[in-house]
Design a protein around this ligand. Structure first.
Ligand code: TYM
Length: 331
């Protein structure tokens, strides 16, 4: 079986961007018998930005539940917390010693985050991609479904793995990114030349997965478009293009089909249709979330079982690495 690994940070509330760029593809792949899947809540990565402890714990649990609510089968797939499997941090340290400062300096996400959080440019923020490489390589991953913004992190992961294999032989599988054709980069509803982000200060810019139906409609109605009134998929119309992308991702229609469907109709109609289509996706997720919140024992069981399962696979790789690099054997 091929191994599939992906993760999301427990920072902030999950957005429609996270769903369309990642979670939606995970759900599509989780029933494919060809894959053994690991879906991680990357809580250690969240520490690169200062967190309120109670809030972090709550968000991590919400995110893990959301994976299940969105349709990932927690028995067939391994859904777990990064911090419950110590191999992530251990391998990360080792890989730090095989990663160059210059490589990390080129990471655009580091540059962006460092520019934004000038009061806390910590070493973890800098070595963030190394922990991500460890996440992926720990499971001998073949495929990593992510949005476009993670492509550079996948490239450095491959570079680190190839460098390591070059020295010690074939220790790591070299992973490939899996980036969906639609929805790989959902833009802000208020500034459609910027990606939709959890941390946007303007709440109208972002659809959160837990937004209620009225909020979703209201945000789409207020979405920034242009002064024409033509529903056309074009780079010079970033607002409409983004709405078409969202509608395409939900309905599985191509942008050309969406253009035809709304030919001659106004922006108001179109925005409402997009909002309703998104609500159609969110409704069952919200219902399932409500059930999961009530069933504490069920979610606890999943957390425990899957941490054990992930630890088993992680330890296999970790022991292999430790042996190769010359750390003393366990007696
Ligand atoms: P994170 O938590 O920022 O985002 C989670 C996933 O959502 C995708 N994404 C988007 N896709 C489309 N449009 C958007 N506007 C949008 N915003 C976010 C991201 O590409 C990502 O797939 N570093 C990762 C987490 C991580 C990880 C890993 C991922 C840690 N270790 C190992 C895969 C494998 C991150 O920050 O994702």
């Amino acid at each position: 079986k091929k191994v599939l690994f992906s993760g999301m940070q427990a920072t902030g509330n999950i957005t429609l961007g996270n769903y369309m760029g990642a979670l939606k593809n995970w759900v599509a792949l989780n029933n494919d018998e060809a894959y053994q899947c690991f879906y991680c809540v990357v809580d250690l990565h969240s520490l690169t930005i200062r967190q309120d402890p109670a809030e972090l714990r709550k968000r991590a649990r919400t995110l893990l539940s959301l994976y299940i609510a969105a349709g990932l089968d927690p028995v067939k797939n391994c859904i777990y917390y990064q911090s419950h499997v110590s191999g992530h941090a251990e391998l990360s340290w080792i890989l730090n010693c095989f990663t160059y400062m210059g490589e990390l300096n080129r990471m655009t996400q580091f540059k962006d985050k460092a520019a934004k959080h000038t009061d806390n440019i910590n070493a973890g923020l800098f070595t963030y991609p190394v922990l991500m490489a460890a996440d992926i390589l720990l499971f001998q991953t073949d495929v990593v479904p992510v949005g476009i913004d993670q492509k550079q992190h996948l490239e450095i992961t491959r570079d680190i793995a190839e460098r390591f294999n070059g020295i010690y032989g074939d220790v790591f599988t070299i992973p490939e990114p899996y980036i969906g054709k639609v929805g790989a980069k959902i833009m802000s509803l208020q500034e459609p030349d910027k990606k939709m982000s959890k941390s946007d200060e303007n709440v109208n810019a972002t659809i959160y997965l837990m937004d209620d139906a009225d909020t979703v409609i209201r945000k789409f109605k207020r979405a920034v478009t242009d002064s024409e009134n033509e529903i056309r998929y074009a780079d010079e119309k970033p607002g409409i293009k983004n709405l078409i992308d969202i509608y395409s991702a939900v309905t599985d229609k191509t942008p050309a089909e969406v253009e035809r469907e709304f030919d001659g109709r106004g922006y108001g109609d179109f925005k409402l249709a997009v909002g309703e289509s998104v609500n159609g996706v969110l409704r069952p997720i919200h219902e399932r979330m409500e059930e999961l919140t009530k069933d504490k024992a069920y979610v606890d069981g999943i957390i425990k079982d899957n941490a054990e399962k992930a630890t088993y696979f992680a330890t296999k790789t970790l022991r292999k690495v430790q042996k190769k690099i010359g750390l003393p054997e366990r007696i």
